[in-house]
Design a protein around this ligand. Structure first.
Ligand code: ADP
Ligand code: GLC
Length: 468
């Protein structure tokens, strides 16, 4: 698997959770899996082994020198080290601004990953994730098309989020040593730009995305980000496979980051966790008996911040409490800070990335809100089900596929009014604690572990290899 993130080493979102947990589940299906990620500045090499010295990557006349480390993990996890390119504070940028050399960073990464596949782990399938790895299938189909090492090697490209495309001026083509033939509408050209995600879409043997509904949605103009035509052209090779949850990490029975534990059979500990959450966020004691909504999210346009902004004041006026943790666009961070300042004691916000707090909110809140404009899969609503934290979600993508009447609340129209309607309905339901507990327990008993989805990936790899 070639990816720009893998938990716990490098994480900004759900991609890391998926790449960090799917390999172990695949092993149970009989597959041997290794993962390759860049070695960012925050990734500690102390316990890693250097397994390849000075792997050169030539992009045209320019030579980049990388070294490959292997981190201790349940499966081989290779780190591509090249301090001038990856040894920085951010993964993709800083303070909301992308690094100007991302085209080079992820071209070198793609080449180095092919180096790993050549020298360290002879994979039959290269499973690539998101735009950062779109050059892997592109290079394989062009530069390396007659290289005997890669003869018969198949590629699967997983789209975790079509909203991030890796768009660069066409003039970078020679800098990243791409065959100019790829620059065409049914290749990597996208409205006068070079699109890395289209490298995956056009050149991978097969494509998938992370829920069945999102697989359908991205083939429509509404959700296609201008790529719906390219995706429809590959409809026969495009499937939707729902993400799974790693219940070893995300379960209230054993969560090492929670101050108390609980289960469907004994919910008492959940109130203790709520108490800690209320104290941590400085909310008043009254919040203990009122509905408390949690949010853990990248603060971006995708996540529905604008419709939340429309109705947050009204929610608060109706006696609902809100805690939010997130980081992202400075503009949205400001909005959340402002909301907390306007409603002190009812809305509390922490801007930043904090895994312990993410677990505390999952465990301590009564409801979990995801009003996403679009959501390829979404993991937090799946975790919320397991924590008895009833999801309130917009019915889109994976949110629609995982939440049903009886386990959560859904609204369809992307509007503040529809969001408020669903929150009100949830708050009303919370008023009847016996029925509410039944709803919590129904959610807690759902099984979204990797078992079924890992089997689907494994079957797909085997199909690509001609039914091996
Ligand atoms: P996305 O990948 O679009 O961000 P997902 O719901 O698939 O959305 O996954 C988000 C993952 O990132 C979850 O594990 C969530 O807990 C975590 N996460 C998001 N923001 C933060 C944050 N500010 N602090 C800690 N964890 C976060
Ligand atoms: C993306 C999506 C999210 C999905 C995650 C993992 O970041 O926004 O919906 O769960 O990838 O596939």
């Amino acid at each position: 698997m070639v990816s720009s993130e893998a938990a716990p080493l490098a994480k900004t979102g759900g991609l890391a959770d998926v790449v960090g947990s799917l390999p172990a589940a695949l092993r149970a299906c009989g597959d041997e899996v290794a993962v390759v990620i860049p070695r960012y500045g925050s990734v500690d090499l102390k316990s890693a082994r250097r397994v390849y010295d000075s792997l050169p990557v030539f992009l045209g006349p320019t030579r980049y020198v990388t070294s490959i480390y292997q981190a201790p993990a349940e499966f081989p996890c290779f780190l591509v080290d090249c301090p001038p390119l990856y040894g920085r504070k951010g993964f993709y940028g800083e303070s909301g601004v992308d690094y100007p050399d991302n085209h080079i960073r992820f071209a070198v990464f793609a080449r180095a990953a092919l180096g790993v596949a050549r020298f360290l782990f002879r994979a039959q399938v290269l499973h690539c994730h998101d735009w950062q790895t779109g050059l892997v299938p592109a290079y394989l189909q062009t530069t390396f098309s007659s290289d005997p090492t890669f003869l018969g090697v198949q590629t699967l490209f997983t789209i975790h989020n079509l909203g991030y495309q890796g768009l660069f001026p066409r003039t970078v083509l020679p800098e990243v040593a791409l065959d100019p033939a790829v620059y065409k509408p049914d290749g990597m050209e996208f409205f006068g730009h070079l699109s890395y995600i289209k490298g995956g879409i056009a050149f991978a043997t097969a494509l998938n995305t992370v829920s069945p509904t999102y697989a359908r949605e991205i083939q429509t103009p509404e959700y296609g980000f201008g790529m719906d035509g390219a995706l429809r052209a590959r409809a026969a090779d495009l499937t939707g496979i729902l993400n799974g949850a790693d219940y070893g990490v995300w379960s209230p029975e054993a969560d090492a980051l929670l101050p108390a534990h609980y289960s469907a059979a004994d919910l008492a500990g959940k109130r203790v966790v709520k108490q800690h959450l209320v104290a941590e966020f400085g909310l008043p004691e009254e919040a203990m008996d009122r509905p408390l909504i949690g949010i853990v999210s990248r603060f971006t346009r995708q996540k529905g911040t604008d419709i939340l902004a429309e109705v947050a004041g009204q929610m608060v006026a109706e006696g609902i409490y809100l805690v939010a943790l997130g980081t992202g666009d400075p503009e949205y961070e400001e909005f959340f800070r402002g909301m907390a300042a306007e409603h002190p004691g009812q809305i509390a916000v922490r801007v930043g990335f904090d895994n312990r707090l993410a677990h505390l909110i999952e465990g301590g809140a009564d409801m979990f809100l995801m009003p996403s404009r679009y959501e390829p899969c979404g993991l937090n609503q799946i975790y919320s089900l397991r924590y008895g934290t009833v999801p309130v979600v917009r019915a889109t993508g994976g949110l629609d596929d995982t939440i049903e009447e009886g386990t959560g609340f859904k609204f369809r129209e992307y509007s503040g009014a529809a969001l408020l309607g669903a929150v009100r309905e949830a708050a009303r339901a919370f008023g009847n604690q016996d029925l509410w507990r039944e709803m919590m327990v129904r959610g807690m008993q759902k099984d979204f572990s990797w078992k079924a989805s890992a089997a689907a990936y494994s079957a797909l790899y085997r199909r690509l290899l001609g039914g091996l």
